[in-house]
Write a protein that binds this ligand. Structure first.
Ligand code: SAJ
Length: 428
């Protein structure tokens, strides 16, 4: 197996062709492996086999076309076509249920398919972000299903992804990687496989440590964002601009305070802290509290909006409010867990009308001018570059009243003629 991988003769199956699975499949195919992608969504299979990606990411269409035309990558929905491959990469989603507990059904379904088609000596890699101890549990599930012995008859690794959407192909190559094996040999094999395109450092460890590392990275970020958000809450009460205070505090050589905002979206930060806590019998409550702080930030934006309504004696039920940005982060079309939707849900029953404009998200107003015409208030919920260069004087003329709530610290100087309030910006 080692030699087959080294010579790139190993055949690879990637299970789940989403925003991680498809770029990873393309990477392995582009360095010479024969890759087949297994995907249950037939429309996705069709598009991929036509060299047309369903994922929006720079370079992905040209890279995909190239490997499909060379016959190095194809997609299928038929498990029979991934029988007896040398390596299986599982890149399926691991969402939360409504009660914030992990839903590992997609993972378990993928592992059951792999168990039914794999061969003795196969290397099974879980790239999905999973609660600690999941990989060893999945190895036991495979043993139960096909009688192969983990670590002896097959190898198993947790290989978490750290890529940032929008920079996936660069980060796939240059990010350092953690490879956690259920046995050292498993991690060694995975290292040879990933070394085929990874130029970053590769660190090997056990699978539970690897699972924990991935979750710690995102939980660290989530807790630090929550700290920045609590600083914003305090700054508002003290009448100071928290962003100026953060800028000054970050001049300290060992301080790096994150950025307060209207909330924390995406499919990772809102989820990973709960995955980390799921198997724990007890914890200190810090991680959970940080999640609650971040989940409540849209309510802080609502409070600012209603304070502004009061200042101009505008009955909220008459107000027309425009939400600027629905994506969870700037210059992206991804709306998963976006705080903009939490904000809309929090205010929609209390105001006259809610409009939205996001240049990256379909179904919103055609133009910002159209959305703002006759409106009373605008709430910035996403830090798209387009929103950093708006001429507020001009846009203000279209509005009935001019309330501006900044949820993403895009406005340095409050525009003339507006009632301006921003998260963490003190009293104006
Ligand atoms: N946000 C803040 N304040 C900040 C930073 C972010 O409010 O200081 C908000 C953003 O607006 C956004 C959310 O948090 O709504 C998440 O932003 P993000 O920049 O963390 O973006 P993700 O979730 O796409 O990427 C994270 C990254 N993890 C880390 O930076 C530790 C990425 O490297 C991971 O690969 C990704 O999660 C993942 O898939 O796990």
């Amino acid at each position: 197996m080692m030699e087959k991988i080294k010579n790139r003769e190993a055949e690879i199956a990637v299970i789940g062709l989403g925003y991680i699975g498809l770029p990873t499949a393309i990477m392995f195919a582009s360095v010479g492996f024969n890759v087949i992608g297994y995907e249950i969504r037939s429309e996705v299979v069709r598009r991929i086999n036509n060299g047309n990606s369903h994922i929006i990411e720079p370079e992905i269409n040209s890279l995909l076309k190239n490997v499909v035309e060379k016959g190095m990558l194809r997609a299928t929905s038929n498990p029979e076509e991934i029988r007896e491959k040398d390596a299986y990469l599982i890149c399926v989603q691991t969402p939360l249920r409504k009660d914030k507990t992990p839903n590992l059904r997609y993972l378990e379904d993928a592992v059951k398919i792999v168990a039914s088609v794999m061969k003795k000596g196969s290397l099974v890699i879980i790239e999905s972000t999973v609660p600690p101890m999941t990989t060893v549990r999945m190895a036991e599930l495979i043993e139960k299903l096909n009688g192969l012995k983990a670590g002896k008859d097959f190898y198993m690794v947790h290989a978490p992804e750290r890529v940032m959407p929008g920079r996936i192909f660069k980060e796939l190559v240059y990010n350092s990687r953690i490879l956690g094996g259920i046995t050292p040999e498993s991690a060694d094999l995975a290292e040879i496989l990933y070394r085929s395109f990874v130029k970053g450092q590769i660190f090997k460890t056990d699978s539970t440590t690897s699972e924990m590392v991935k979750l710690m990275e995102n939980t660290f970020r989530d807790v630090n964002i929550a700290l920045a958000n609590e600083f914003a809450f305090l700054a508002h009460q003290y009448g100071i601009d928290v962003f100026r205070a953060i800028e000054l505090a970050n001049t300290h050589p060992r301080v790096k305070i994150h950025t307060p905002g209207i909330g924390v979206g995406g499919h990772c930060l809102p989820k990973d802290p709960y995955l980390l806590l799921a198997p724990a019998k007890e914890d200190f409550g810090l991680i959970q509290k940080a999640r609650e702080i971040n989940e409540d930030m849209p309510l802080m934006a609502k409070d600012l909006l209603f304070e502004a309504f009061k200042l101009i004696n505008l009955p909220p039920e008459e107000a027309i409010v425009v939400v600027l940005g629905l994506a969870y982060k700037g210059n992206s079309d991804d709306t998963r867990n976006s705080p903009a939707y939490a904000f809309i849900e929090a205010v929609q029953d209390d105001v006259g009308e809610i409009r939205s404009y996001d240049p990256y998200v379909s179904g919103t107003h055609e133009s910002i001018e159209e959305a703002l015409t006759g409106a009373d208030a605008v709430v910035i919920a996403t830090d798209h570059n387009e929103f950093k260069i708006l001429s507020w004087e001009g846009l203000g003329k279209l509005m009935r009243n001019r309330i501006l709530i900044d949820g993403r610290h895009l406005i340095e100087e409050p525009p003339k003629g507006f009632i301006f309030k921003g998260i963490g910006r003190g009293e104006y």
